[in-house]
Design a protein around this ligand. Sequence first.
Ligand SMILES: [Zn+2]
Length: 273
Amino acid sequence: MTNRQPRRLHLPRSPDALPALPDPAPVGRFRSGRMADALPEALKSWRITTPHTMVADSTAQLLGGTVHSLASSGDDVFEVLTDAAEVDIVVDAPSAITTELKLWGRQGLAHHCDGSVFLSTDGRAGSPCGCPASHAERRAMARVGQGPQVYTATRFRLAMLPGIGSFLHESLSWELAEEVSDIRDALGRTGLPAYLRLKLACTKFSNSAGVRVARQRPILEFVAPIATGWPRPRINTGHLGSEAARTAWRAVVRAFQHLRGPAGVRPVPIVCR
Ligand SMILES: [Zn+2]
């Protein structure tokens, strides 16, 4: 077990500055929970699993946290329990964020669709699946086991370490699934890779019994496209250190206000940890 401190790095300034990825397979996964004493435990900061020791060490240095070896023979050889509930990422294209609906039955995958047509490879692909059009209705049917559950997968790089490979985050959150359609639209409008922020946030709500409960859920925020000539302020702490940096950042935010993510979500400055 090793303990790593956060380190300061710099952001790519243009799409051309993003290194090519030789291997499209993810080098690690971002997870918001783990099993503890045979029970699922929600975490307040990101847990990264990876088969690569270099990825474990690099992410621990970037985000802070501790590297552990896991008793696993699969892809999850190491885990990093990071100190970070928020991480700045790069998403290359709208296709890197996918939302699918799946219902598992005794025979396996019984219903696999995108909400309107089947995606399954059993001959039904492309034909109408019969799911309701509205997100709320789909969610209500899934809650009582009458409809498929949503799966959102995001493939991304770390903004500060874009060359070490791509990471995968998967979520069953209906809120996230609804929000990412705006982000895909924003990515599609620019046609450029973009900075996003992946957060774990505590949300409070009333459950079906009317009881107020709190849980962690993932949030994706669109920050800004990686545009050539982007007036990038030199931001390298958790706050904007100088007035010049703050002024430059406000200019960036104004320039890309029309690309904001879900309503009410404000872009936030990219910071090094
Ligand atoms: Zn369907």
